[in-house]
Design a protein around this ligand. Structure first.
Ligand code: KG4
Ligand code: ZN
Length: 365
């Protein structure tokens, strides 16, 4: 049997405290031995968003127990683990400090190597764990803090083809929900309301559609929703449903155009991939069924496979951090020293320029 590498993953960059044990064989196949996630949703929902100080304290309270639980469920002890992988950015600095310092302490106490992982790299490589995807592929990351189209060339080789110039897509959902008096987090509430709505009642803007650059913009959409809601106030339940349905339609149209151009560029740059080319979607907004339908259709039309890892692995988790650590180990990369620092901002593509407004809430990924 091929030798196994076993790693402990730790994730604390936003409002999920998570720990996982993942094993990788020499042939690249992997087993998720345990996957523990504690969501802080209840702590933050009263504030309509993530409160950094509350998040950091909650990570401190939960992390030790969660790591114990991950080890127990995997039926191993720390001495059976070959390495530790902890998220060290991008994210909320308080939370990152908690996870990275814990990783350092375990590394120091056990003598096992530590890998400081970029959270976005975790999202980017997950599809290789779940679907055995080969490089290169295209990834659309749509979460509360990021909207990015990324070319994944290899472990540590990422090219950002597009990003938002203002709000992230999840942020647009959350702000629209807030505006309409729907609960936090807004995405699921908007999607539920949209089910009973007329998507053709309001013609919301689709910024950047038609432009050759592959960036996104969603703040104008949110403003348009505000203007419509103010104009027809007081809004009825049916009005809210119609606004939500029209909002989702505008987003679908936008993604069709932006991501569609990305697929075309991929085909031009990689006319001969070993397997059928693939688009991977990740991030909490990937839960949206309307959005999934749009992307699936788009992929079908362009001869791409559409890969959506299970939702649990699309949203924040420690399995993806552990897996990114294992991928780094497999390339022979050196571990990080105990002097490694957390970074609240840490673009995957170091060469990509920072766009205006990008990462306003760059804390979340
Ligand atoms: O990846 P995620 O769980 O956390 C981070 O942002 O780190 O993403 C959360 C975001 C929130 O903005 C939430 O409103 C959005 O994902 N979301 C959705 C849906 N479920 C969650 N957006 C649209 N439709 C959904 N069904
Ligand atoms: Zn994330």
């Amino acid at each position: 049997m091929a030798p196994i590498l076993r790693i402990l993953g730790i994730e604390t960059s936003c409002d999920e405290t998570a720990a996982a044990i993942v094993e990788r064989r020499d042939d690249g196949t992997a087993t998720i031995a345990s996957d523990v996630v504690l969501s802080q949703l209840d702590e933050h929902s009263a504030y309509g968003g993530v409160v950094p100080e509350i998040a950091a304290r909650a990570h401190v309270e939960a992390l030790d127990t969660l790591i114990d639980e991950a080890l127990r469920r995997a039926n191993v002890s720390l001495s059976d683990v070959d390495a530790i992988a902890a998220t060290s950015g991008p994210g909320l600095i308080g939370g990152l400090l908690v996870g990275l310092m814990t990783g350092k302490a375990i590394s120091r106490a056990t003598g096992k190597p530590l890998y400081a992982i970029n959270h976005l790299e975790g999202h980017a490589l997950t599809a290789r764990l779940t679907d055995g995807l080969t490089f290169p592929y295209l990834m659309l990351l749509v979460s509360g803090g990021h909207t990015q189209l990324i070319l994944v060339r290899g472990v540590g080789e990422y090219e950002r083809w597009g990003t938002t110039i203002d709000d992230a897509l999840g942020e647009a959902f959350d702000k629209t929900a807030k505006l309409l008096g729907l609960p936090y987090p807004g995405g699921p509430a908007v999607e539920a309301a949209a089910k009973n709505g007329d998507p053709d009642r309001f013609d919301f803007p689709r910024p950047l559609v038609g432009e050759t650059r592959l960036d996104f913009s969603f703040s104008g959409l949110k403003t348009a929703v505000r203007q419509v809601a103010t104009a027809i106030a007081p809004v009825t339940e049916q009005d809210i449903a119609d606004i939500c349905a029209s909002f989702q339609k505008a987003i679908s149209r936008t993604l069709k155009d932006r991501v569609g151009r990305g697929l075309q560029r991929f085909k031009k740059e990689f006319p001969k991939t070993a397997d059928k080319p693939a688009l991977v979607v990740a991030g909490g907004v990937a839960a949206n069924l309307e959005l999934r339908r749009t992307l699936l259709e788009l992929c079908d039309r362009n001869g791409f496979r559409f890969i959506a890892p299970p939702l649990r692995l699309c949203t924040d988790n420690a399995v993806m951090i552990a897996w990114a650590g294992l991928e780094r180990m497999a390339t022979g990369a050196a571990p990080d020293g105990l002097d490694v620092q957390p970074r609240s901002r840490w673009p995957l593509d170091q060469k990509a320029e920072t766009l205006l407004g990008h990462g306003k809430r760059g804390a979340k990924a």
